[in-house]
Design a protein around this ligand. Structure first.
Ligand code: TYD
Length: 143
């Protein structure tokens, strides 16, 4: 699998008017490819913090910096890339089975995360070597 097929930057519609901005994210294939089962948000992190540092076997995510900015490094065991989230209308879709690091949070960063599944600690891979072994066992990475 090529990394460029495992993530997507999405620009959401803004129904803003003179009263302000209104950004909508519809699930189930309308704006993002999955049915939204969970939402969480991260704030109060700063430029010294690295979050994530895990891969999810099943869950797909959509990340939006609804305020401030942060960076996300995604890695599929073969390739990696860094995406900066810095606009409330910009979403980053991440497929499952990707290693993720979130870092360089601005002081005002509020990172909203929408997820395709409820939380289940068992589907997290929190050790990079274990992640690589998992990919090999799934036939997603050559020996
Ligand atoms: P963690 O995975 O370390 O967060 P991040 O991806 O931002 O680095 O999660 C921190 C704690 O919160 C951990 O004990 C698991 C718990 N948690 C839940 O209970 N439900 C959730 O949906 C999430 C994302 C985390």
């Amino acid at each position: 699998m090529n990394l460029k097929d495992q993530y997507k930057v999405i620009e959401f519609p803004d129904f803003g008017d003179e009263r302000g901005n209104l950004v909508v994210i519809e699930g189930e294939g309308i704006d993002i490819p999955f049915d939204i089962k969970r939402a969480f948000y991260i704030y109060g992190s700063d430029s010294t913090v690295v979050r994530g540092q895990h891969a999810n076997k099943e869950t797909e995510f959509l990340l939006v910096n609804v305020a401030g900015s942060s960076k996300v490094k995604v890695d599929n065991g073969k390739e990696s890339t860094i995406i900066e989230l810095n606009r409330p209308r910009m979403g980053l879709y991440l497929s499952n089975k990707l290693w993720k690091d979130m870092y360089d949070f601005s002081a005002d960063s509020v990172l909203l995360v929408l997820a395709s599944r409820h939380y289940d600690g068992k589907e997290y891979l929190r050790n990079y070597d274990e992640y690589i072994e998992y990919l090999k066992n799934e036939g997603l990475l050559n020996e």
